[in-house]
Design a protein around this ligand. Structure first.
Ligand SMILES: Nc1ncnc2c1ncn2[C@@H]1O[C@H](COP(=O)(O)OP(=O)(O)OP(=O)(O)O)[C@@H](O)[C@H]1O
Length: 310
């Protein structure tokens, strides 16, 4: 059996003239959170549907928990949980009734059912509210319950399509913590899509970036940030005008220069030194108060990858 939770080889799928996925190959090790990042319509949901065996690929192969997606879709669905576009919850039923219904669908024995539901609702902080109808709940609470639903049958791999979309920052952070705990304490693998790059940076051990059906990069958030090349400078001071920024952009050391809030951000090309930029700015009449050095964020690395692709 494969040691990877997921493995794809040249996976491709089109819908009419639209090539939704083109020769995508990646691996997801077990017991990590893997982030699948890409703009709208880039092929993320199509990938999840292919991995769950809900769609047939036109070409290529995929294995999920060692099972082939073409021939063993049933085994895959038995061992995976999924939270896709819809929560799958019944609004007129209570949290307890919802989970009990799904536990029966999964044929959990009665004694285990009660115990499993109590433990999941307890872990997600919903036990006290178990008898309330879900229709009156906030989006964050419903989302948590939907995660509990997806976990009922103790899946080894969980697919989540934008799990924190529409949640307030506190609810999103709480759900992230729950997911991290699930991976750490129970060894579950989580495959999630998100448009929130800082969330991916915090939560995911590895990420893949996809655009127009093609895989642009796979690695840890740190690796992707480093691939961005040189250093980033955040320069605070007076006299940073458009003319200075334009002339800075002409310099060979500079990959990108832009004003952000009250300061100037300069991305250097690989192996370029910050000292040359600082003395250039001084000569151009800028009064520098502070220079901070750092690396680009995952969001910037993501945007650069997409720009380079164009
Ligand atoms: N069932 C379908 N029929 C026709 N076209 C489809 C179908 N499913 C997906 N597509 C097309 O395939 C491409 C990829 O769609 P997909 O839903 O996988 O993107 P996504 O990355 O999940 O987007 P989003 O972030 O907006 O959810 C899009 O151009 C989409 O219109």
């Amino acid at each position: 059996m494969s040691t990877n939770a997921i493995l794809t080889r040249s996976l491709s799928r089109s819908f009419g003239a639209v090539q939704a996925l083109s020769q995508v190959s990646f691996e997801v090790p077990q017991s990590i959170v893997f982030g699948y990042l890409g703009p709208n319509g880039s092929g993320k949901t199509t990938t999840i549907r292919l991995l769950l065996g809900l769609l047939e690929p036109d070409a290529g192969e995929a294995e999920v928990l060692g099972y082939n997606t073409r021939t063993q879709a049933q085994e895959i669905r038995e061992n995976c949980g999924a939270l896709l576009e819809h929560t799958g919850l019944y609004e007129r039923m209570s949290a307890m009734e919802n989970l009990d219904f799904y536990a029966r669908v999964w044929h959990l024995p009665a004694a285990e059912r009660a115990q499993r539901i109590q433990s999941l609702l307890g872990d997600l902080g919903l036990w006290e509210r178990r008898d309330e109808k879900v229709g009156g709940w906030s989006r964050g609470m419903k989302q948590k319950l939907a995660v509990a639903r997806a976990l009922l049958h103790r899946p080894r791999l969980l697919f989540l399509d934008e799990p924190t979309a529409g949640l307030d920052p506190v609810a999103a952070a709480a759900l992230r913590e729950d997911l991290a705990a699930l991976v750490e304490q129970q060894g579950v693998t989580v495959f999630l899509t998100t448009h929130n790059l800082s969330e991916a940076e915090r939560l995911c051990a590895r990420v893949a970036v996809i655009d127009r059906g093609r895989l642009l990069a796979v690695g840890s958030p740190d690796e992707l940030r480093s691939r961005q090349g040189g250093q980033r400078l955040e320069i605070h001071g007076r006299g940073i005008n458009d003319e200075v920024i334009d002339s800075l952009r002409q310099r060979p050391e500079v990959a990108r220069a832009a004003r952000e809030n009250q300061h100037l951000l300069v991305d250097l090309n690989e192996n370029s030194e910050s000292a040359a930029i600082v003395s250039y700015l001084v000569q151009a009449g800028v009064e520098i108060e502070e220079v901070r050095k750092g690396k680009a964020s995952l969001e910037e690395a993501f945007l650069t990858l997409l720009e380079d692709e164009k």
